[in-house]
Design a protein around this ligand. Structure first.
Ligand code: CP
Length: 310
């Protein structure tokens, strides 16, 4: 495996190998000296053309804990702001002999295009509304840790599905692992062509969150992405929260063992209440912690593991 561009490129065995390696990597977090020699002498560029807290810092921590040299770049501080093209920019970085670029970009497909231009490994850290594969892998890792194997488990993914790259990667990942998935959103936030997509890929859709919640093992709440919305997708924030938010009342609809996920950043009081975000069954901070371990595993599989091209 040279690149991580889409969950669609991974088999069930590939996904399970990444999750299993992440289990060993997670132990590093509890050590006093958090350092493995695995990627000594390797250089990794975090190149983020969009803002990020979790993904950028966890990839950087993952690289540092594995002894790689890590460098952070953003569109603003580079010659992109002087008009240099994306192709010239990434070819310039590649010519310095780096081993990997981790790319977040507002354009869907940008990491795939960059992978065709350069020699180094490319990781998609979120591209437009297309995919966010490392997020789906860390979500699967977190749920599997809590619920056991995900085959046959029922996961509801709820919220702004139209604008969500996390949805697309999670749907692919969960279906590949054999989970049952139900998407829940208002009609205005369901992706176009969802009925045909659901029929082809074997997942359910619903507009009734109260009916779905008692049947799930995990509910994943997705952020309302107001920065990607050009029109009115729902009348008011209050109406959205009442109809599709994980409110305190809705927590009582969940089975005792059911868990709550949110990839972050959260809009508290909109798609998720403070009661839900901070509940004992909330895995939100567990997802963040898993993010470092899973990203260490991704770096390992792409740069050091069997089948890596480096
Ligand atoms: N979940 C996620 O991608 O968060 P960041 O935008 O903070 O990286």
């Amino acid at each position: 495996m040279k690149h991580l561009l889409s969950i669609a490129d991974l088999s069930q065995d590939d996904i399970l190998a990444i999750l299993d390696t992440a289990t060993s990597m997670h132990e590093v977090q509890d050590r006093e000296v958090k350092k493995l020699p695995t990627l000594r002498g390797r250089t990794i560029i975090n190149f983020f053309f969009e803002d990020s807290t979790r993904t950028r810092s966890s990839f950087e921590i993952a690289g540092k804990w594995m002894s790689a040299d890590t460098i952070n770049l953003t569109g603003k501080g580079t010659s992109v702001s002087k008009g240099e093209s994306l192709r010239d920019t990434v070819l310039t970085i590649d010519a310095m002999g780096v081993d990997m670029m981790i790319i977040r970009h507002p354009a869907s497909g940008a990491p795939k295009q960059i992978a065709e231009w350069v020699d180094c490994s490319i990781v998609n850290a979120g591209d437009g509304t297309h995919e966010h594969p490392s997020q789906a892998l860390l979500d699967a890792y977190t749920m599997r840790r809590e619920l056991g194997e995900l085959e046959g488990r029922h996961v509801a993914i709820v919220g702004d599905l139209t604008h969500s790259r996390v949805l697309r990667s999670n749907l692919l990942c969960l279906r590949t692992l054999g989970a049952q998935v139900t998407l829940v959103a208002p009609p205005t936030l369901m992706p176009a062509g969802i009925a045909a997509w659901a029929a082809a890929d074997g997942f359910e859709i619903s507009y009734d969150l109260d009916a779905v919640l008692p049947t799930v093992d995990a509910v994943m709440m997705l952020r309302v992405q107001r920065e990607r919305m050009s029109g009115g997708y729902f009348p008011t924030a209050k109406e959205y929260a009442v109809t599709y938010g994980l409110t305190a009342r809705r927590l009582s609809l969940l089975q005792d063992h059911a868990v709550i996920c949110h990839p972050g950043p959260m809009n508290r009081g909109l798609e998720i209440s403070a009661d839900a975000a901070d509940a004992a069954r909330s895995l939100v901070l567990g997802q963040v912690s898993a993010g470092v371990a899973v990203r260490m595993s991704i770096l390992y599989h792409l740069l050091a593991g069997e089948g890596s091209t480096s």
